[in-house]
Ligand binder design. Sequence first.
Ligand SMILES: [Zn+2]
Length: 108
Amino acid sequence: MIRIFSSENRLEVQQIKDLLESKQIDCFIKNEFAIGAVGELSPFDAWPEVWILDSEWEPKARAFIDAFLKENEEKRQQGDWVCPHCHEVNDAHFEICWSCGCEMVFQA
Ligand SMILES: [Zn+2]
């Protein structure tokens, strides 16, 4: 097992997990519920993490994640947004996903 991704943005962590699962890469989230119950841990330690089960998949998983984050960043700069539910890209002036009808979620 290997940790492939970590972010304080829980939504992004969930998206990465969904992305990897859609690529048939077995993965799971650690620290999913740690935020808000941090205690003596530093905030960084409590960030949710995405782990993949088979470390042989790491290069592939990283490539998918890099592409995903890059695309997300570009969309964000254009004001477009990526649906957290179905990952469809929506124009900035839509507040509801054209594909699945779920509401826009602002991303940090
Ligand atoms: Zn959608």
